[in-house]
Design a protein around this ligand. Structure first.
Ligand code: NI
Length: 275
């Protein structure tokens, strides 16, 4: 009989399918009957439920731990990639070492600022309007950063007119804008070296009868990180608030790269999405 049925199934599959609902109905009926015969069944399910919740909780804890660990690994990988990208960019970029003279006549090296965020502006004290505007901006930006964000950034003014701008003259000039700005001067060679490092262009214009002249120069504020690496630059179109936003963002990126934290920082992702 079984042999016959199998064979008919092989040769006539449709017939077999037609038979299926009948069998299914029979199974359902038998389960229904079992349920009626055993009314205690729902109670046993209730008793089992705390164990189920415990299982869920344990799985949840381990699951969350695993996800956090995976996120940490991904975060660490991103950090390493960003560091490598920064290292490669740094090689070809602006910035570098300099040795200049402060208003007290003391030698100041770029390495003296390691560990600090620095904003550098190149100009000259006889500049009629642009340099005063840029120095106002520089001092305002550093003031906002300090007072509102508690970020200490050292503003530096470097003269591109070493013949007229003595260290004393530069010191006196920057005091007109802020007590925080450090004015730096130096020999023609020292100035040329600093300008070359930051790719600052400068050229003396023709002198008038009073031997007064204008120095044509690059108008840019440079942001340098605590490792002495160039980070960003701001032209005339960047107002103090734009500069502040950029410094805050760049500092957040830098801090993240240089801090090993176990949990991925969501705050950082929020910040970087803005950039
Ligand atoms: Ni100027």
């Amino acid at each position: 009989m079984f042999k016959l049925l199998t064979r008919s199934c092989v040769s006539l599959p449709q017939k077999c399918l037609r038979n299926l609902p009948v069998q299914k109905r029979n199974i359902n009926t038998s389960f229904k009957l079992l349920g009626e015969l055993n009314p205690k069944k729902p109670e046993t399910i209730k008793k089992k439920s705390p164990i189920t919740w415990l299982t869920v909780a344990v799985t949840g804890v381990f699951g969350a731990g695993f996800i956090a660990f995976m996120l940490h690994l991904r975060d660490e990988k991103d950090r390493q990639l960003a560091k490598e990208r920064k290292r490669q960019l740094g090689k070809a970029a602006i910035g570098g070492k300099f040795e200049l003279v402060d208003p007290q006549g003391k030698l100041v090296k770029s390495d003296d600022f390691l560990g600090k965020w620095v904003m550098i502006y190149f100009g000259f004290t006889h500049c009629p309007d642009i340099c005063p505007d840029e120095l106002e901006k520089l001092s305002l930006a550093s003031k906002i950063l300090e007072e509102e964000y508690h970020i200490d950034v050292q503003p530096i003014f470097i003269t591109v007119d070493p013949t007229r701008d003595t260290p004393e003259a530069v010191g006196k000039y920057v005091k007109e804008f802020s007590n925080k700005i450090i004015g730096l001067a130096g020999s023609v060679e020292q100035i040329a070296k600093a300008c070359k490092a930051y790719r600052v262009y400068f050229s003396n214009g023709p002198a008038d009868d009073d031997n007064d002249y204008i120095v044509d120069h690059t108008i840019i504020i440079y942001l340098v990180d605590p490792e002495g690496g160039f980070v960003d630059y701001y032209g005339q179109t960047h107002d103090a608030h734009k500069i502040v936003d950029s410094v805050v963002l760049n500092k957040a990126k830098y801090d993240r790269l240089n801090r090993s934290e176990w949990f991925p920082s969501l705050e950082f992702n929020k910040i970087t999405q803005r950039s």
